[in-house]
Design a protein around this ligand. Structure first.
Ligand code: RIB
Length: 304
């Protein structure tokens, strides 16, 4: 079975819906507080599992109620959480404001995620090195990501790196990415290029060594490129309730499809549909559909 291993972050998301973002020094009232399972790594693992991949997650949470709840939520999504360790720091927490346009503002307190150092990440190397694909993001320490990428390069393990939040990558790490997945902001930040067309940015990532690249473009879809060229897959026009975790939904679904043997174009198409379903309800993991729901939804869109 296609096996995806995610090494990454887990957060509890504390979400308040607000009419607008507060100004500096201003106090606003919002909705009742909602609590969701989140964190880029955990979201990506949940999306891969819901898409149908056998998924293992390697992370650190606190020895607290939030850590227990995050494990339980991931288990219910079908993720193997035996690689999620407990440490003496609070579970990562994200404070999230969602505005009526579905956009969000997020502040993360990493807490236990910062305990995912090289020693913690490699403690279960025998388990994740057998996966068909490793998935990493940059909410965990960069040194850990670089170390795991080096192992992936040496052992020939396919690695998807979601460079979010944006941070500069060394050439050795970039050379293992297959694909590198970034959004518009991350693409521009990594290349220090505020103006070029996204197709040109994708070409530059490839020239710098990435084996393949995907740039998510929000309502404009997703651009992907590899040695065969560059293409854009259009987005679905959907009502956006909450875009939190949509990028992670895309990454997890993409990893699943690639390990099923899909070519990059078809994998990006499925991931685009998976993310489009996810933005239509509140929360990150709580909004992720399972595979059959995505397939039914795509069919319904084709009939419209
Ligand atoms: O990408 C969305 C995620 O970013 C949220 O779930 C939040 O936890 C932050 O990590």
């Amino acid at each position: 079975m296609n096996h995806v291993a995610v090494i990454g972050s887990a957060n509890v998301d504390l979400v308040v819906e607000v009419a607008r973002r507060p100004e500096a020094g201003e106090t606003l009232s919002g909705s009742d507080l909602r609590t969701f399972a989140g964190g880029k790594g955990a979201n990506q693992a949940a999306a891969a599992a819901r898409s149908g991949a056998r998924t293992s997650f390697f992370a650190c949470v606190g020895a607290d109620d939030h850590g227990v709840a995050l494990r339980a939520q991931l288990s219910s999504a079908g993720v193997d959480v035996s690689g999620v360790g407990s440490v003496d720091r609070p579970t990562g927490t994200a404070l999230i404001l969602v505005t009526p346009d579905g956009e969000n503002s997020i502040v993360v307190s990493p807490g236990a995620n910062h305990a995912l150092d090289v020693a913690a990440a490699t403690a279960r190397i025998d388990e994740w090195s057998g996966a068909d694909m490793l998935v990493l993001n940059l909410e965990t320490p960069l040194r850990t990501v670089e170390h795991v990428a080096a192992i992936a390069g040496e052992r020939g393990i396919r690695m998807l790196l979601n460079a979010a939040p944006a941070a500069l990558l060394d050439a050795r790490t970039l050379a293992v990415c297959d694909p590198l997945v970034v959004n518009e902001h991350e693409a521009r930040t990594l290349l220090s290029d505020p103006h070029s067309a996204f197709a040109d940015l994708a070409r530059r990532f490839l020239e710098q060594g990435a084996r393949s690249v995907v740039i998510t473009l929000g309502a404009a879809g997703a651009l992907f490129g590899d040695a065969d060229g560059i293409e854009v897959v259009p987005a679905f026009a959907v009502p956006v309730v909450d875009s939190t975790g949509a990028g992670d939904a895309f990454v997890g679904a993409l990893a699943c499809e690639l390990t099923r043997g899909a070519v990059l174009r078809d994998a990006v198409r499925f991931a685009t549909a998976f993310a489009a379903v996810s933005v239509q309800s509140l929360g990150a993991q709580s909004s992720y559909p399972d595979r059959s729901a995505v397939e039914e939804w795509v069919t319904s869109q084709q009939l419209v």
